[in-house]
Design a binder for this molecule. Structure first.
Ligand code: FAD
Length: 479
């Protein structure tokens, strides 16, 4: 199969990757931008489909502006391309293999930007795999792209700004949620207000959602979390209980809701699979959502030519993703000889300044999305943690007692993280359970070794139709 050579491959056409690609392109770099979605925009600026294309929200405006700018740039955008393998070939170049509408594609370049975003995290509770329990961030996809409201009597639970954003979106769609259940207290939000106020427009949006929810009479229960979901093949009853600052359940009155859906999200985990796969130096950061690559201020990782930006390099949100993507695009242009040091210095200065300003807001939001230790200690023994392989908390702890001392050993002992998601959804929680059980720091149990395929792909799709006669048979070795 033929491969295409280029100056720069960017994986991920969200705010971070698209910004990096466009800035590099505008400075003379030949760029290929690859994304598995059918249109650019990533999670936050996801393209609506059909008639919804006309809907007018800040996200749809930002998204269509990005898609227009991308279409008029020189960036070669490959949409609907699932990247399943990234390696450094024998010439020392990055080789990216993807599977798209026209079959397999191979790109080769001396520089690679990983801008693959984040995964939603749900800390398991009794009944969390019941149909009708859905991720909070996943609910935004249904609302934004399809205008589908998940449930007629939903409860919305978890942490961070998506709680009120989803609640307001559902109200706008004509459905009244039964309650919003927030891990944080009002005081937690007030403490963060000075940092959040550094981005007044975003705070005003949040305040607008809160006002909308309160006007509609939707109760907001602060410092509460979901204890259990019950129902026969469908959510019927959601029980919530008070929690302390660590997210652990405390004595206090339970509340119950006769809901038909639970939209729940406990933050985001960086999708840092590509830096892990290429053995970049990684570090664990609770506030950044888990293991993240070590990068300099321009997104350069410890692997020469490999850059990481956006939520995949640590949870910071969309605005920071744009700025850091732009900085990375300039750095690539400089590294590949398209920008002099002086030009680079001049262009990057205001972006670095903006980055610093954004960090107050993004750090405060990242804090709301960080995994709290008490949430993990509250996971019931019988709860399934790795749902691909059906591994419970009790089994993880038993493996720890039997000698599994890091997450890769845990995988061998229990198959936790071995299924189609490859630990993307459960890995951080399974690792935290193991570290708590062993009484060691989270870093001690490490991170799962990444392996291709990065996405599940069918072998037949990669090989296509072939004749066995065409397979070269090596000559037998001389006797
Ligand atoms: C499900 C979900 C919904 C969210 N909704 C919101 C929201 O409504 N509002 C909000 O403020 N924030 C939301 N967030 C957070 C938000 O995504 C980020 O803060 C912001 O979009 C980060 O930008 P990014 O460019 O780093 O990543 P993203 O916007 O996530 O973009 C990453 C891109 O990489 C692509 N990609 C990843 N892996 C591969 C692969 N192997 N092959 C090909 N392409 C790949 C993805 O398709 C995606 O388009 C959401 C996060 C998630 C996980």
């Amino acid at each position: 199969m033929a491969s295409t050579e280029t100056d720069l491959i960017v994986i991920g056409a969200g705010p971070a990757g698209a910004s990096a690609a466009m800035v590099a392109d505008s400075n003379g770099v030949d760029v290929h931008l690859v994304d598995e979605a059918t249109q650019a925009g990533g999670q936050v600026w996801r393209a609506p489909i059909g008639d919804l294309e006309k809907s007018d929200t800040p996200e749809t405006r930002e998204g269509s502006s990005l898609r227009t700018r991308l279409a008029t740039s020189g960036v070669k955008t490959l949409s609907g391309e699932r990247v399943w393998s990234v390696l450094i070939n024998t010439d020392g170049l990055f080789q990216v293999d993807s599977l798209g509408p026209d079959g397999p594609t191979t790109l080769i370049a001396p520089r690679l930007v990983a801008a693959t975003g984040a995964y939603e995290r749900i800390v398991p509770f009794h009944g969390w795999t019941t149909p009708g329990v859905m991720g909070l961030a996943a609910a935004t996809i249904l609302l934004k792209s399809h205008a589908v409201v998940p449930g007629k009597r939903p409860v919305i639970a978890g942490a961070g700004p998506l709680l009120l954003s989803v609640a307001a979106g559902i109200l706008d769609a004509g459905v009244k949620p039964l309650a919003v259940i927030d891990l944080d207290s009002r005081a937690d939000w007030l403490t963060r207000l000075p940092s959040l106020a550094t981005q007044p427009k975003l705070v005003a949006r949040g305040a607008g959602w809160a006002a909308r929810v309160r006007r509609a009479g939707v109760p907001i229960l602060h410092r509460h979390s979901v204890r259990s979901v019950d129902g026969h093949n469908q959510v019927e009853l959601v029980t919530v209980s008070p929690v302390d600052a660590s997210g652990a359940f405390t004595d206090g009155q339970d509340r119950q809701f006769n809901a038909d859906a639970l939209l729940v999200g406990h933050g985001l985990t960086p999708g840092a699979d590509i830096p892990r796969l290429l053995s970049a130096k990684m570090q664990h950061s609770v506030v950044r959502g888990g293991y993240v690559p070590d990068t300099d201020a321009h997104g350069q990782t410890s692997v020469d030519g490999l850059f990481a930006v956006g939520d995949g390099a640590g949870i910071r949100g969309a605005d920071a993703a744009v700025t850091r993507g732009q900085i990375c695009g300039l750095a690539v242009a400089k590294e590949s000889g398209h920008l002099s040091d002086v030009e680079f210095g001049r262009k990057v200065k205001p972006l670095l300044k903006a980055c610093k300003k954004q960090s107050h807001f993004s750090d405060a939001i990242a804090e709301t999305l960080a995994l709290r230790s008490g949430q993990v200690t509250s996971v019931p023994k019988s709860a399934v943690v790795c749902r691909c392989e059906d591994v419970t908390r009790a089994e993880i702890e038993a493996a720890g007692s039997a000698g599994a001392s890091d997450v890769n050993q845990l995988k061998h002992f229990t198959r936790s993280g071995m299924g189609p998601c490859q630990g993307r959804l459960c890995g951080e929680i399974a690792a935290t359970i193991l570290s708590q059980h062993l009484g060691v720091a989270r870093q001690t149990v490490g991170t799962l070794t990444a392996r291709p395929p990065l996405r599940p792909v069918a072998m037949g799709d990669l090989t296509g139709t072939f004749s066995y006669d065409d397979i070269p048979i090596p000559e037998p070795a001389p006797l």
